[in-house]
Design a binder for this molecule. Structure first.
Ligand SMILES: [Zn+2]
Length: 256
């Protein structure tokens, strides 16, 4: 069921401590030269749509939260960063509304790494209120399910998903190789904020436009490797995983 489609009477009847509130969330931000700005919430929203179809009675899908915490991407046109405090406050309000309606289990389908600090804070609040939250970062999960699917940001993995989901929104004519401004020969960016040095990694934060002017970077493949077929395979495999997790999560008794 979709929360947006219920009347309050139905919500009163159907929502319970056995229901899992599934919430997609992401960010509106640059995704490399060809990735749509909405990539991070559109993909989790599609997972939620598929999950609702499989669990129409046990799951309530919440409207997606499109905006997130993306402070290092704001130099790119179109990026919106609502800040960590705002995101945390919004998520807390949503959690409170669901808890008050009797829901105790939450599954956050996250499409953007920057949101994790807020998600962990809210998840702990939910726990302290007698519930239990789970978060799935799909792009990390995809790489765990198949090493060839490891992704970065705005590179092949995300472009492939968007080609499968909204092909008309991915314009390959702007495709280009990632341009990377390394700090030095010894301090090289291996991800947006990850520097390889002496056999290990160091985290060095800067505005992404200074380190990766093209905006897309990471994973074994650049955007040029993206195909809709690769996206379809990831959609299917990750959905299957989430559904298996939901079956286990439904068995948990978290009412305290
Ligand atoms: Zn993204």
């Amino acid at each position: 069921m979709y929360l947006a489609g219920l009347s309050w009477k139905k919500a009163e009847r159907l929502l319970s401590d056995g229901t899992i509130a599934v919430m997609p969330l992401g960010s509106v931000e640059e995704h490399g030269p060809i990735g749509p700005l909405g990539t991070d919430y559109l993909i989790p929203e599609e997972f939620a749509r598929r999950i609702e179809a499989s669990f129409p009675n046990d799951v309530v899908v919440l409207p997606a939260m499109p905006y997130g915490y993306a402070p290092t991407l704001t130099s790119f046109p179109g990026t919106i960063d609502i800040g960590i405090e705002t995101l945390t406050a919004v998520l807390n309000g949503i959690a409170t509304g669901m808890l008050r309606s009797g829901v105790r289990k939450f599954l956050f389908l996250n499409g953007h790494g920057g949101n994790n600090v807020a998600l962990d804070r809210v998840a702990l609040e939910i726990y302290r209120a007698g519930g239990q939250a789970a978060t799935i970062d799909w792009w990390i999960l995809a790489g765990q399910l198949n090493r060839e699917w490891i992704g970065g940001h705005g590179a092949g993995q995300e472009a492939a998903m968007m080609m499968a989901l909204r092909p008309e929104w991915v314009d390959r004519s702007d495709l280009c190789d990632a341009e990377v401004n390394h700090f030095s020969d010894a301090l090289r960016n291996t991800h947006l904020h990850q520097i390889s040095f002496g056999g290990g990694f160091v985290r060095m934060i800067r505005d992404v436009r200074d380190s990766v002017p093209t905006g897309g970077f990471g994973g074994p493949d650049e955007s040029s490797a993206a195909t809709p077929e690769w996206g379809d395979r990831m959609f299917d495999a990750v959905t299957e995983y989430i559904e298996a997790f939901i079956r286990e999560f439904l068995k948990l008794d978290v009412g305290r």
